[in-house]
Ligand binder design. Structure first.
Ligand code: G6P
Ligand code: ZN
Length: 543
């Protein structure tokens, strides 16, 4: 077993996006492609002597191959210990929990999150730092700079280790410990939620359908919901992680999880439905015949947090990404706690949580979480809702309707235009940005514009500035249209248009969102000329 050095030359385009480096599996299968990126990462990290690294992935195609490569390189880097999930499996929130509980210096997550998997699908790699959260931009940029000059890969000349056997093995002097993927995470959940109350809820006949979408959430949901909380077998469906997610698109929204929605709208619908994504950090909550929007979910959780043992002492503050609806802002105001507005991407919440400024965070993109880890957490959100339902005796729909009654409804929708040739999408955004200075104080499509800008964020903790985080056009009544390009796609560009309108009038809160938002949809077309730039007449996905 010896250290070896393999000559290499840089690949273009290894810049991490919103959430790590994501590319087609076929790109990652090129010889030295993954190795170059991992070497660049290890080159920018300090000496690893005495340190622990965590490695795991969502089990998608190429996971095992990539893990073996990383383990060898981690040994060559000189880590004292590498913790790896059995079978190469660790959900993203579980990686975060394991890093924190074991005092690791960081972790590598292998996932392309909600993007489809399989040989033709996507793969991804992301580095998390010692707080358990995604590396901040200064680290990911340093890695990217390093990928441009990497010339040598340092690894070990060894056979694969067994990923399926729990316990300790060695690569050179590095101990590789294969751990149970669920146990650390489960322990964190036991410390937060009233498991007895949830057990009673299920014992009383409450029914849940949890769709794990053939992704990594399955083992966690089965162990906790069915194994520990007494939900009947079969509560978790699509619960076995498959390398290609069974051909499903493991993104829990009403479009991709249509089977779950159909069950929740059927005559014999269960009391609640839930789904998680490829790496189990996203969640969708569905009541009986009632879809809960992610922005409303965050607001409900914030409003009732003290019903849950882990949050009984109250929450320090909340944060949401800029395009997420302002529902939680209204709750925060009533609670007298701060609400932070950050750019899209969970990494922006890390500093706020580390500094104790916020306890709960959420995004419109079906992500919700708290300072128990530094990732969003799908199953955590589901347990939160179960705990709230158990403690309040109210259904999911009742909890949301109560929110609307008190604060008004933030009617919300996101329109995605996928697969736009990059140059066309860039041209649209360039044009839109150029028009911004002329929009404030005018009327567009009959709607009075308060201001129009390109969202920039100054991190209140470290002062770092992130520019160009999304164009927003805000009307005098607070309604908004936000435009940004996705940072997680792998093919062409995806334009996201976020629409929000506040409806205080209870008699108008059930008007279908697309209808209620029609004036804003017209405004979006008028200012951005979507048809002109993309040739598309309608979004490919509307949620
Ligand atoms: C990932 C990140 C989220 C972010 C989302 C946005 O899921 O973890 O924090 O909200 O990507 O994706 P987009 O495709 O809109 O850049
Ligand atoms: Zn995810």
């Amino acid at each position: 077993m010896s250290r070896i050095t393999i000559p290499t030359s840089p690949f273009d385009g290894q810049r991490p996006g919103t959430s790590g480096l994501r590319k087609k599996v076929t790109v990652f299968q090129q010889p030295r492609y993954l190795e170059n990126f991992v070497q660049a990462l290890f080159d920018v990290l300090p000496d690893a002597a005495g340190l622990t690294l965590v490695v795991g992935g969502d089990g998608r195609f190429h996971n095992r191959v990539a893990i073996q490569t990383i383990l060898r390189m981690a040994a060559a880097k000189g880590y004292a210990r590498v913790l790896v999930g059995q079978g190469g499996i660790l959900s993203t929130p579980a990686v975060s929990a394991v890093i924190r509980r074991h005092g690791a210096s960081g972790g590598i997550v292998l996932s392309a999150s909600h993007n489809p998997g399989g040989p033709e699908g996507d793969f991804g790699i992301k580095y998390n730092v010692a707080n358990g959260g995604p590396a901040p931009e200064r680290v990911t940029e340093a890695i990217f700079e390093r990928t441009k000059v990497v010339r040598e890969i340092r690894t070990m000349d060894t056979a694969d280790i067994s990923l399926d056997t729990l316990g300790s093995q060695h690569i050179g002097s590095t101990e590789v410990l294969v751990i149970d993927p669920v146990s650390d995470y489960a322990e964190v959940m036991r410390g937060l939620f009233d498991f007895d109350a949830i057990r009673k809820l299920f014992a009383g006949g409450f029914t849940l359908r949890y769709d794990a979408m053939c992704a990594v959430g399955g083992p966690y949901a089965k162990a906790l919901l069915e194994g520990e909380l007494g939900a009947p077998a079969g509560t978790v469906v699509n619960g076995t992680p498959l390398e290609d997610f069974g051909g499903l698109h493991p993104d829990p929204n009403p479009v991709n999880a249509e089977d779950l929605i159909a069950h929740l709208f059927a005559a014999d619908a269960p009391d609640m439905g839930a789904a998680s994504d490829g790496d189990a950090d996203r969640n969708m909550i569905v009541g009986r015949k009632f879809v809960v929007s992610p922005s409303d979910s965050l607001a409900v959780i914030a409003a009732h947090a003290t019903l849950v043992p882990g949050y009984r002492a109250g929450i320090a503050g909340v944060a949401r990404s800029m395009p997420t609806s302002t529902a939680v802002d209204r709750v925060a105001k009533a609670l007298g706690i701060p609400c932070f507005e950050t750019p899209t991407g969970w990494k922006f919440f890390g500093n706020l949580m580390d500094a104790g400024k916020v306890t709960l965070c959420g995004e419109e993109s079906y992500g919700t979480g708290s300072s128990h880890v530094r990732e969003k957490d799908g199953l955590w959100a589901v347990l939160f809702w179960l705990n709230l339902i158990a403690a309040s005796g109210k259904s999911a729909e009742e909890l949301v309707r109560e929110l609307w009654a008190q604060y008004g409804r933030c009617v919300y929708s996101r329109h995605d235009y996928e697969g736009i040739p990059t140059e066309q999408a860039d041209a649209l955004m360039r044009d839109l940005r150029a028009s911004l200075p002329t929009l404030g104080g005018t009327s567009i499509a009959g709607l009075p514009v308060d201001f129009a800008d390109d969202f920039a964020y100054t991190d209140p903790v470290d002062g770092s500035v992130s520019q160009k985080q999304g164009v927003r056009i805000v009307l005098t009544d607070g309604s908004r249209v936000v435009f940004r390009l996705s940072g997680t796609g792998t093919e062409g560009a995806t334009l996201r248009i976020y629409l929000e309108r506040h409806e205080p009038d209870a008699t108008r809160q059930d008007i279908p969102a697309q209808e209620a938002l029609q004036p804003l949809i017209a405004l979006a077309e008028m200012v951005a000329r979507i048809r002109h730039f993309t040739g598309m007449n309608q979004p490919t996905v509307t949620t």
